[in-house]
Design a protein around this ligand. Structure first.
Ligand code: UDP
Length: 375
């Protein structure tokens, strides 16, 4: 087996930081580079002049059922007790997303809500999650009405804003993230472990990287760095968390992504809305509004919100946020993977081109480290 003097981790988001730490704890030297001016990638947050912690790239709520992941991160941060809920404005009524049994009573007259609830409980197990595309395939007249209602009011317009496509034109795993929930549980996630890092995500990543074997270089582009330092990366093992198409100069075509941008506003009042996230499935051009002070219960006479707008990713203009899984994009990805040499590993949302939540990104880094050491 080849001897590697050093490990080069490209990208300093949660995936890059975790793999760097595992290698460092294992006694290896690690250089982490990132072209951004800050660590933590898209989970970057900062405290603003109002004392409110802002998630620069949109709300991040940590949740997992994986005890290993939870315990790993708890070495570097404490979490508060926070159970995320999402409110949606449907026909001017504030209700809960995912659509659940409580939602019925918010949006329909009581007798209709009761009839629908009874039918749902006769047709589905309590506490089950039914993806909307499956929920639509029902014969009962009332349940068909309900399915059409939820499809139209919750999914159709939100999804077309978010993806530029209808729900049945995108990977079904995406809309399955927000199922119809046969339950009275109003939470967005049911995971055993949930919370927000008490001192923010950036601090958590800083603590992960804080190890004598780890060196971090920001403002450092991989291609420039490697051409300027050919000796330094000789015999380097590379962990690449950027987009694989860029690394190989787009020779098999671009991997598409959706991007988002945020319009921040500060308001001189205690709260702007009733909840940390309010979705606007049917109105306006933005998909949702984030109000940041809710996450860590920050006290200020002002409040900061961000309206989230979705758009296509364009290289050089905005950031990559969401991979777009289709058979075609998977084929492109596979072609790139075939190009890879033995000393390079891909991970993270961009490196694996997978819609990972934070816990899945950590899990992937933990598993990759295991594979390398046992393989
Ligand atoms: N979705 C929707 N309406 C909603 C919330 C979600 O149609 O009110 C769909 C939409 O297609 C979205 C997907 O469900 O992209 C996943 O939503 P999630 O909140 O998990 O997205 P994220 O927070 O990762 O952007």
């Amino acid at each position: 087996m080849m001897k590697y003097d050093k490990n080069l981790v490209v990208g300093c988001g949660i995936s890059g930081a975790v793999i760097a730490r595992l290698l460092a704890d294992n006694g290896e030297n690690v250089l982490v580079i990132d072209k951004k001016t800050h660590i933590a990638g898209n989970i970057y947050d900062y405290k603003d002049e109002n004392g409110i912690v802002i998630h620069k790239y949109g709300s991040h709520i940590f949740h997992t059922n994986n005890k290993k992941v939870w315990q790993f991160l708890k070495r570097f941060t404490s979490f508060n007790i926070y159970m995320h809920k999402v409110v949606a404005l449907i026909d001017g009524i504030e209700t809960t997303i995912p659509f659940n049994l409580n939602t019925l009573y918010d949006v329909f007259p009581k007798t209709l809500a009761q009839r629908l609830e009874e039918k749902l409980l006769n047709n589905f197990e309590y506490n089950t999650k039914v993806p909307i595309l499956k929920f639509q395939t029902q014969n009962d007249k009332d349940l068909k009405f309900l399915a059409d209602y939820i499809y139209e009011k919750v999914f159709l317009h939100y999804t077309s804003k978010q993806w530029g496509k209808n729900p049945d034109e995108i990977d079904s795993a995406v809309t399955s993230r927000v199922p119809v929930f046969i339950s009275r549980d109003n939470r967005y996630f049911q995971d055993k472990y949930q919370g927000i890092p008490l001192h923010g995500y950036t601090k958590m990543v800083e603590n992960i990287l804080n190890h004598p074997n780890i060196e971090v270089k920001l403002n450092t582009d991989f291609k420039n760095f490697t051409s300027e330092n050919p000796d330094l990366i000789k015999n380097c093992r590379i962990f690449y968390t950027g987009s694989i198409d860029e690394l190989y100069d787009y020779k098999f075509g671009e991997l598409p992504y959706r991007s988002v941008h945020f319009k921040f506003e500060t308001h001189n009042r205690e709260f702007y809305q009733s909840n940390a996230v309010v979705n606007y499935p049917c109105n306006y051009d933005f998909t949702r509004i984030h109000e940041y002070k809710y996450y860590l219960n920050d006290k200020s006479e002002n409040t900061v919100i961000a309206k989230e707008y979705s758009e296509e990713f364009e290289n050089g203009k905005n950031e990559r946020y969401y991979p777009i899984a289709t058979l075609e994009t998977q084929k492109i990805y596979d072609k790139y993977i075939e190009e890879k040499s033995e000393n390079i590993y891909f991970l993270g949302r961009l490196g694996d081109y997978k819609y990972y939540d934070m816990d899945k990104a950590v899990e992937r880094a933990l598993n990759l480290f295991e594979e390398i050491n046992n393989g």
